[in-house]
Design a protein around this ligand. Structure first.
Ligand SMILES: [Zn+2]
Length: 422
């Protein structure tokens, strides 16, 4: 297969997968949150069968896993670690259309891009200077009424095309490669939480869920959430003196003990924060939801302790209110799962980029990926680029050369893992 064929195959698969509506539902609690993700998983399952993978399993939750068995030269005696590649099935729900109609801008000329002629929707260079890096290249765009869904169907297509290339070329040696396609990454990553790890028997894995070419992420937040429930005492105002306990004012007391500068809007880089995401209150009860984020595990634990101490303090200041709270860990920093024994999973990414002449762009991600969840569950899972720009926007676009390099990363990492075990 020549590289032009690779591009053709990537486009063909991307368009086929994009045509299936698989938006997750913001706030949805079922797994998967939408039936479209199951439809996409079924199609992929059939594709995996056709590609000759084994151990193909699609669960009721829409978690699809499969193994491409090792292909090794005769007489090979080395031991190759099984590795994994993951992508998510859902596209994000940002209150625009779930129906995705991509098209290709051939040899982009450096001007504004007309996404939709009928509705006069444009992607303007003035707002998207990153376009200028791709003059002369083919670029895949949406029709302006939806996201493009390169997040994460570019990754699905890249994995599938890499598998196809392995199948068609006996000389490409590799160890066992395990793939997983997971639902609902965009609404909290319930797929990576629910996946039975016996179906994903790898030493380390990669998500392909970053943006522009070169992006690499192996540092993410430690993340948790707090729910605080307050029960007050209601009374008619005419006889309220010394009786009424207003839960809204207890909430106010809590808020006064949170630093107003320790929030997402006042922090960046490696700084953590508390984010009060929701307050509900009536005369009887109130609930507060807070997200806790920090890159540093110790500081993250200190934040949890701060909440615990704050609850004691506020309970003492409001003795007649009943205050309870629960803290849940959501995901962990990938970097905390990297040890001397497994750091090669990071080294393979950088070596692959060097071989492919890609300039790495290492990012500390102020968020999490399915890999953050899997890393916390014991499988180190860094993340590399899809090649696309502007995730979660109708101006999401995917330059073809970057898309191809993302696919080549899968091939190259697999090759390096094999060569490193000879
Ligand atoms: Zn994504």
């Amino acid at each position: 297969m020549k590289n032009n064929d690779l591009k053709t195959k990537l486009v063909e698969r991307f368009f086929r997968y994009a045509a299936i509506e698989s938006q997750s539902e913001a706030g949805g609690t079922a797994v998967p949150s939408t039936q479209g993700q199951i439809e996409l998983a079924k199609l992929l399952k059939a594709d995996l069968l056709e590609l000759g993978l084994t151990h193909i399993k699609l669960t009721e939750q829409g978690i699809l896993t499969a193994i491409l068995p090792a292909n090794l030269p005769k007489g090979f005696t080395g031991k190759i670690p099984p590795i994994g590649f993951l992508a998510h099935l859902d596209t994000v729900d940002v209150s625009i259309s779930p129906i995705i109609k991509p098209h290709i801008v051939k040899q982009y000329n450096g001007g504004d891009v007309l996404l939709n002629k009928e509705q006069d929707i444009w992607m303007r260079v003035a707002e998207h200077k990153e376009l200028l890096n791709y003059i002369g290249q083919d670029i895949i765009v949406s029709d302006g009424t939806s996201v493009l869904g390169a997040d994460n169907k570019a990754a699905i297509a890249a994995i599938m095309v890499a598998l196809e290339r392995f199948k068609m070329n006996d000389c490409l040696y590799h160890g066992d490669i395990v793939v997983a396609f997971l639902p609902d990454e965009e609404i909290g990553g319930s797929g990576s939480k629910a996946m039975d790890l016996r179906d994903f028997p790898v030493q380390f894995a990669y998500t392909i869920d970053s943006c522009e070419i070169g992006e690499v992420v192996f540092e993410t937040f430690n993340a948790g959430s707090v729910v605080i429930n307050i029960k007050g005492i209601t009374a008619h105002p005419m006889s309220a003196k010394g009786v009424l306990v207003n839960p809204a004012l207890v909430v106010n007391d809590i808020m006064n003990h949170l630093d107003k500068k320790d929030t997402p809007e006042h922090t960046d880089g490696k700084e953590g924060y508390f984010w009060v995401t929701r307050i509900t209150s009536n005369p009887n009860t109130a609930t507060v939801n807070i997200n806790i984020r920090d890159f540093d595990k110790k500081l993250y634990e200190a934040r949890k302790n701060y909440i615990a101490d704050l609850m004691k303090l506020v309970s003492a200041r409001n003795p007649r209110a009943q205050i309870s709270y629960e803290i849940t860990d959501t995901y962990g920093n990938i970097a905390d799962s990297i040890t001397d024994d497994n750091k090669q999973c990071i080294e393979f990414m950088y070596k692959a980029m060097e071989n492919l002449e890609i300039v790495p762009k290492t990012i500390s991600m102020r968020g999490g990926t399915d890999g953050s969840t899997l890393s916390a569950r014991g499988i180190p899972t860094p993340n590399f680029f899809t090649g696309a720009h502007n995730f979660h926007s109708n101006c999401e676009f995917l330059p073809m050369n970057s898309f191809e390099k993302s696919c080549c990363m899968i091939l190259e990492i697999s090759k390096l893992v094999y060569e490193g075990s000879r």
